[in-house]
Ligand binder design. Structure first.
Ligand code: E4P
Length: 225
């Protein structure tokens, strides 16, 4: 089971990896564009450095045609290293590029997946992850849960050759459903990550413990005994 942060802000990445057992960071062109025209590779190298060798970084190509996707993938890998995950939209050109790059040792995350068959083709083409756009599917009157459930039965997924990376979430329940239906990984915004633990019931429980304790022991803690 893996949780990713879907964000490219340096401060938020540092803060979240300090407390949360995230597997890594996912970005896309819209996420990078929010960082106000940063120098792309300087920024990505800084993220890579923060994540060190222990966490994964997924970076998306910008071009849409096969030749340019392959060239961009080569440049991304040459600068960011062999352990980078290159996100490629599962279009016709994208699937062709996923096939070619996967057979040449690149780690590929197929993205912009709205249908079961996009997922099937991406997995068959050798993608290591397939990013299913949960909330966008639901907004389009589809069932993200059914798509994830069906894809989770593919031999490639069962054998862990390809992982379902559910994405595009708008609330915690969607993340829980994605995992329950067979996603091995979910990528979430900073807000959703924090919502996993920012809960009024948890806060009240902590206050109740503190009040009960202080009635008897004042402000002593474990170290005072
Ligand atoms: C991640 O891989 C996706 O690019 C991302 O989760 C899309 O999220 P959005 O639908 O909120 O833009």
């Amino acid at each position: 089971m893996e949780i990713y942060l879907d964000n490219s802000n340096i401060d938020l990445i540092k803060e979240n990896i300090s407390w949360c057992p995230i597997t890594g960071v996912t970005t896309n062109p819209s996420i990078i564009a929010k960082e106000n025209k940063v120098n792309l590779f300087e920024h990505l190298l800084e993220i890579k450095n923060i994540l060190s060798n222990t966490k994964k970084l997924h970076v998306q190509v910008i071009s849409e045609d096969y030749d340019s996707i392959v060239k961009e993938a080569n440049k991304i890998q040459a600068i960011l290293g062999n352990d980078i995950y290159i996100k490629i939209p599962a279009t016709k050109d994208g699937i062709r590029a996923i096939n070619f790059l996967s057979t040449h040792g690149f780690n590929i995350t197929a993205t912009a997946i709205y249908t079961t068959m996009q997922g099937v083709l991406s997995a068959l083409s050798g993608a290591k992850y397939i990013a299913i756009y949960y909330n966008r599917i639901e907004n389009n009157n589809g069932s993200a849960n059914e798509i994830i459930y069906d894809l989770a039965k593919l031999p490639q997924i069962i054998n862990n050759e390809t992982k379902i990376l559910a994405a595009s979430f708008k609330n915690t329940n969607q993340v829980v459903s994605a995992f329950a239906n067979g996603a091995q990984a979910c990528t979430v915004s900073d807000e959703i990550l924090k919502s996993f633990i920012n809960n009024i019931l948890v806060e009240k429980t902590i206050i109740d413990f503190k009040n009960d304790w202080e009635k008897i022991y004042g402000n002593k803690n474990i170290l005072d005994f």
